[in-house]
Design a protein around this ligand. Sequence first.
Ligand SMILES: Cc1cc2nc3c(=O)[nH]c(=O)nc-3n(C[C@H](O)[C@H](O)[C@H](O)COP(=O)(O)OP(=O)(O)OC[C@H]3O[C@@H](n4cnc5c(N)ncnc54)[C@H](O)[C@@H]3O)c2cc1C
Length: 383
Amino acid sequence: MYDLIIIGAGASGLISAIVATRQGQRVLLIEKMSQAGRKLRITGKGRCNLTNTLPLKDFLKHCGSEPRFLYPSFNKFFTKDVVTFFGDLGVKTVEERGGRIFPQSGKAQDVFLAMINELEDSDCRILKDTEVTKLIVEEGKIVGVQTKGYKPQIFKSPKVILAAGGESYPLTGSQGDGVRLAKEVGHNIIPTLPSLVGLKLKHYNGERIDPSIIGFGVRNVNATITLESGKKVCQEFGELTFRENGVEGPIIITLSRQIARLLSQGERLFLNIDFKTALSEQELDEKLLSELNIRGKEDLRSVLRAFLPHELIYLAIYQTALDPRKKASFVTSQERKEILAFLKHCQFEIIGDFGFEQAIVTQGGVDLKEINQKTLESKLIKG
Ligand SMILES: Cc1cc2nc3c(=O)[nH]c(=O)nc-3n(C[C@H](O)[C@H](O)[C@H](O)COP(=O)(O)OP(=O)(O)OC[C@H]3O[C@@H](n4cnc5c(N)ncnc54)[C@H](O)[C@@H]3O)c2cc1C
């Protein structure tokens, strides 16, 4: 009999286990993979972005569609507490551009090791390679869990923390078990979707356009997502990266969160990129006209070099379908408009996202109405 069973030794499960063990509770931490914290170890490109120094009001703007739900949690445990928690574990932190906090060593692995070392030196029992298949509920109260195996085992406890993760990066172990277990005991599930993920674009093939575009990042662009009617859905300014069949990067993953539901409902959505945010349409047109005049004897490709990095020139040619060898002096005003349209409103239809395999988080899951906002306990099942 344990005081507490925690399902999943990811970021949430490990922290919960440390806190409960420090309180003197007898804890059983169950992990289905052979190693704990697999996702944690690849976070932040292997560096683990622990938190951010933004004030609560601004921090919440980055916390999904129901940020108010997190108020009570953040009131109890916020940025300073995160830094202190890891400092106590021996993980020194540094603040970087944009208020982002990382371990000073620059290694997510160190964050993981600090947590697992404390647990392994404590009375917490950790069971790896063990998958929880069922929550055992009697008369509306949790009494234990059942695990998979040649002989299914039952572990008893009056309290269970479900920390089995979502569905993103399934190779790390989070494969939707948490949602399934919650559903089986009666919770309503909001359909899950990949979120913070790259977007696939129609009629875009980096390999065919020019392989140098694959992996190329463009800074200081405006990306706007619109409906078929042209109505704006959302917009972000910053950096995006072209992939073989789509786009990713900071602003794209932020936008993906806002359009995940619309995409899943089959809504036609368009990505519009403004590559020249510092210039108005009129200023850019004047500059384009002037370059075409000055470089009258050069070909169009050479003129485009004044406006775009090498990696994007073939994209411009591909999108506008103009002849790159055409002499600048022969470019018509209609063709100039097409170049202008590419630079200010390069448009692609979005045909999907890169899926759970590449999503940073999962959207949806247990209906928050059924969760106590102050304690994060289930309102349906006690314990
Ligand atoms: C590439 C990438 C980069 C990221 N970078 C950052 C970052 O820099 N900063 C940040 O804050 N967030 C980042 N995230 C998001 C962050 O990793 C997750 O929000 C976080 O890992 C969620 O923690 P969790 O414990 O809820 O779930 P997970 O970390 O997914 O852990 C769930 C655990 O439960 C186990 N499990 C599942 N089912 C069962 C079962 N039936 N029985 C037993 N065990 C089970 C799994 O094997 C897994 O170990 C990143 C995510 C990805 C994919």
